[in-house]
Design a protein around this ligand. Sequence first.
Ligand code: GTP
Ligand code: MG
Length: 208
Amino acid sequence: MAEKVVITQGKYLCSAVKKEQYPEERRKEIVFIGRSNVGKSSLINSLTRVHQLARVSSQPGKTQTINFYEIGAKIDDSPERRDFYLVDLPGYGYAKTGAQRRKIWSKFINEYLLTSEDLQFVCQLIDIRHAPMASDIEMFHWLVEHNLPVLVIATKADKVSRNGVTQGVAQIKKALGIPELDVLPYSSVKNTGREELLQVIGDCLLET
Ligand SMILES: Nc1nc2c(ncn2[C@@H]2O[C@H](COP(=O)(O)OP(=O)(O)OP(=O)(O)O)[C@@H](O)[C@H]2O)c(=O)[nH]1
Ligand SMILES: [Mg+2]
């Protein structure tokens, strides 16, 4: 499908660490997951083109709650707006977090991922420059086992050469064990991959 998706607005809605704090209004949800510092919040800013919508930091562990962003989108020339949520999650695999925090992390995030009825797909972000870590591989398999559709996004593509992009993507497919997997290279600095991701989102918004 070749419809054009235009993001018309993006705004922070709410943060949650338990079910009662999820948004009242139900909308389709697209979630971003990945290690701390991989670029989840940056990707949300790049995708929506709203500067500093999600807080970015060079220090890992910036995002600590499930953050819901309310996004308005128009598809093709349809005057009707389709609103949905982008959901930013705290990073996993952050060494300094400690075992206790990791336990809490997994509890409220597992609860969200396993009970949200509006979740459409999970974007799992992996840094294109490094081989996926054990925590990335574990997370990918966990998502697949729980029947959550996953789109793997290789982040920080601007930091490697064109050849490096090809190699990074191949490395990710190999580590995740699925040669035919679609891996989308993305750069939040150059907005590479943005149109492709908007296409996937558009297809998902048009589904009933
Ligand atoms: N060059 C480059 N730097 C990036 C890109 N995406 C993110 N960064 C940088 O990577 C660092 C972490 O980015 P964040 O978006 O805060 O990462 P996060 O995954 O949300 O991190 P946590 O909230 O800690 O889990 C920041 O210094 C960003 O500027 C990218 O596409 N290219
Ligand atoms: Mg973040």
